[in-house]
Design a protein around this ligand. Structure first.
Ligand code: HEC
Length: 144
């Protein structure tokens, strides 16, 4: 039997203390900065950058949960292949299937989301639905 000598050098007490830099929010809005490597502690920055992590917070929104109903309500009145009156909507812009929607996805976002949406021509898409549309066509798996 070997007597193990465990020399546990207790490192007294770690009185180092976190050196708070105390940023002191003097600088104005420095938008668009890269992610700062938060060194421990609470990095609760209330930055509202909506581009980078737009999809990180996005709930699952897809054709089944939102898109089909949305397109049917807001677009298919003119764009369905079966629409009795297309009001001049182009023959090749039809949203009968999820595939057809995704073929035009970037265009749909361009026309439907934003400050002055062009589609539907009469407007009426709520900001909430615009957000859902973005969650869907920007974040969902393409084709779903
Ligand atoms: C009241 C009828 C009507 C509704 C509803 C409607 N559209 Fe249209 N859409 C049109 C007409 C008319 C055109 C062709 C004229 C134009 O481009 O402005 C068109 C064109 C388009 C185009 C092709 C644009 C181009 O320049 O080629 C897209 C994409 C489109 N619509 C998407 C949508 C989406 C998405 C919705 C639903 C959010 C929608 N539309 C709702 C009538 C409609």
């Amino acid at each position: 039997m070997l007597p193990l000598l465990l020399a546990l050098a207790c490192a007294t007490d770690p009185a180092g203390g976190p050196a708070d830099p105390t940023p002191g929010d003097g600088e104005g809005s420095a938008d668009g900065g890269g992610g700062d490597g938060g060194d421990g502690g609470t990095a609760g920055d209330g930055g509202t950058d909506d581009t980078g992590d737009f999809c990180a917070d996005a709930p699952l929104v897809n054709y089944a949960t939102f898109g089909q109903g949305f397109m049917s309500t807001h677009c298919q009145g003119c764009h369905a292949s079966t629409a009795p009156n297309r009001y001049g909507a182009p023959e090749d812009v039809v949203f009968d299937t999820v595939q057809q929607v995704w073929e035009h996805a970037p265009y749909i976002l361009l026309l439907t989301v934003g400050e002055d949406p062009a589609m539907p021509p009469a407007g009426g898409v709520t900001p909430d639905d615009q957000t859902r549309l973005e969650w869907w066509l920007r974040c969902a798996e393409p084709g779903t």
